[in-house]
Design a protein around this ligand. Structure first.
Ligand SMILES: Cc1cc2nc3c(=O)[nH]c(=O)nc-3n(C[C@H](O)[C@H](O)[C@H](O)COP(=O)(O)OP(=O)(O)OC[C@H]3O[C@@H](n4cnc5c(N)ncnc54)[C@H](O)[C@@H]3O)c2cc1C
Ligand code: SF4
Length: 468
């Protein structure tokens, strides 16, 4: 029997959406979601599930979705995934569950992410979105501190709270969510969704203390002195990498981290309601080709750029952005200059960037990342004009915690050293996970790490209680 194509999801029209910050993908209607769920073969061994880093019982949730039982579908997802409305929107499903879906062997895979999104949105709308605390007995009266409120910290906090621990999240910023609120733009992940997920955690009893920088406001040692028996570090990788080429200090050149934080957290996207200082350039160059670069270049268009383009030293094949974000960027008119690498930024007499000298590249042998190495082509330099540049070349963890916490060791590039299976760091009773350990990765991997660490913290604290 021929395989039906997957049910498409409506989006805002490209011409309209490229000038607003509203969500691009509009989500399924109920009939779409049920039709898509009906495509699932309910495979005996459900290969899709092996591709999910937090082990969502995909087959079972889709079975409930088929009958329109969204509460049951949501409950099933929520058993293992604490942020499904987020994951349904931003996970790279094409590289995970959907990549292994049997339907994909002969046709298009099941749209697992879209169904996850629909089930979660329905649950939130209908108010069935209440996590069920366990009986709380094992952890009752025992305090655990979580540093950082990104996906890793939120997941660890939720799992520990369900076991009855008194959990406090310490967050450096004034709002919770990590990259979900300061990095990923509103047009991909509405901030109200993140706030709702955080509220649910609060309902589970998690306390969130914002504007507290651990390592500066208080140290990890002082957190232990406050009675916390274990600390989880989910501090992410917020330190931007630059190119180290001449002219990089010119005005109008941003790290993607700063550009997106000004846009999202500081609400430049709500100009003129918020008059956040940001250069809303007319010709914006974004360097890099991951999700961060796509978010930056698409934000530039929405800030009113006449032209927003990506400059990348490899080719489309080596890009790390989610396929959907790349497609959406093209639909919105973003131009891509592949095999091109900036070598110098050029400024005007007032110190603002006015262009960059770039060099053409060709692909050579694979490098340490396994991707083809870009090799400069001699005498191929030329100038590209631009009035704003956003550098989106990755980030690394901030050294603040490792420099203020005795015994906490890092790898040479700054990632915290942990035991793979438990997230245990080199410092007793301190655990870590997410980008702080791996460098910039994905939401779901950070959540998986938070989950593992929560389990290990629980087991260790139980063990200690037995010995006491
Ligand atoms: C622009 C952008 C787009 C992305 N798009 C995607 C995507 O589409 N799909 C995907 O899967 N992944 C995406 N990612 C990657 C993903 O967001 C990250 O891998 C994930 O958020 C990492 O989670 P985390 O909890 O480890 O850290 P973070 O989300 O970085 O959270 C860390 C939190 O810790 C806080 N903190 C740091 N230091 C301290 C301290 N000393 N004291 C207290 N608090 C502290 C920070 O303020 C922050 O809130 C994107 C990343 C960016 C930047
Ligand atoms: S592999 Fe695809 S078709 Fe099979 S159970 Fe999973 S989602 Fe359904």
């Amino acid at each position: 029997m021929p395989i039906k194509p997957r049910t498409s999801m409506p989006t805002q029209e490209a011409e309209a959406r490229k000038r607003n910050f509203n969500e691009v993908a509009l989500g399924y209607r109920e009939e779409d979601a049920i039709a898509e769920a009906a495509r699932c073969l309910q495979c005996k061994d459900a290969p899709c599930q092996k591709g999910c880093p937090v082990g969502v019982q995909i087959k079972d949730f889709i079975k409930a979705a088929k009958t329109g039982d969204w509460a049951a579908a949501y409950d099933k997802i929520k058993e293992t995934n604490s942020l499904p409305a987020v994951c349904g929107r931003v996970c790279p499903q094409e590289e995970q569950c959907e990549k292994l879906c049997l339907l994909g062997k002969k046709g298009q895979p099941e749209a697992i992410g879209r169904l996850e999104r629909y089930a979660s949105d329905m649950a939130m709308k209908r108010g069935v979105n209440v996590q069920k605390p366990g009986d709380g007995a094992p952890g009752k009266g025992r305090k655990v501190a979580i540093v950082g409120s990104g996906p890793a910290g939120l997941t660890a906090a939720g799992d520990l709270a369900k076991l009855g621990y008194s959990v406090t999240i310490f967050e450096a910023l004034h709002a919770s969510g990590g990259v979900l609120i300061y990095g990923i733009p509103e047009f991909r992940l509405p901030k109200a969704i993140v706030a709702e997920e955080v509220d649910l955690l609060k309902k589970l009893g998690v306390e969130v203390r914002t504007d507290v920088i651990i390592g500066r406001t208080v140290t990890v040692d002082e957190v232990f002195a406050m009675g916390y028996e274990a600390v989880f570090l989910g501090t992410g990788a917020g330190l931007p990498k630059f190119m180290g080429i001449p002219g990089e200090n010119l005005n109008g050149i941003y790290s993607a981290n700063e550009y997106l934080t000004r846009t999202n957290l500081m609400k430049a996207y709500r100009f003129p309601d918020y008059d956040t200082p940001i250069k809303m350039g007319k010709k914006v160059a974004v360097i890099g080709a991951g999700n961060v670069a796509m978010d930056s270049v698409r934000s530039a268009l929405r800030h009113g750029a006449d032209e927003a383009f990506v400059v990348y030293r490899r080719t489309e094949k080596e890009m790390t952005a989610r396929a959907e974000e790349f497609e959406h960027a093209i639909e919105e008119g973003v131009k891509f200059h592949f095999l091109t690498n900036p070598v110098k930024f050029l400024g005007d007499e007032t110190g603002w960037v006015k262009g960059m000298e770039v060099q053409k590249m060709e692909l050579g042998e694979p490098d340490a990342s396994g991707r083809a190495r870009p090799v400069p082509i001699p005498n191929s330099n030329y100038v590209m004009e631009c009035d704003t540049v956003v550098v989106a070349l990755g980030t690394s963890p901030n050294p603040l915690l490792s420099s203020t916490t005795p015994g906490l060791k890092t790898k040479e590039w700054g990632g915290l050293i942990v035991e793979e299976e438990t997230g245990k760091t080199t410092r007793d009773a301190v655990y870590a996970g997410g980008d702080a350990v791996t460098g910039s990765a994905t939401v779901i991997l950070a959540m998986g790490a938070g989950k593992k660490a929560a389990k290990a913290i629980h087991e260790d604290l139980q063990e200690r209680a037995k010995k006491a």
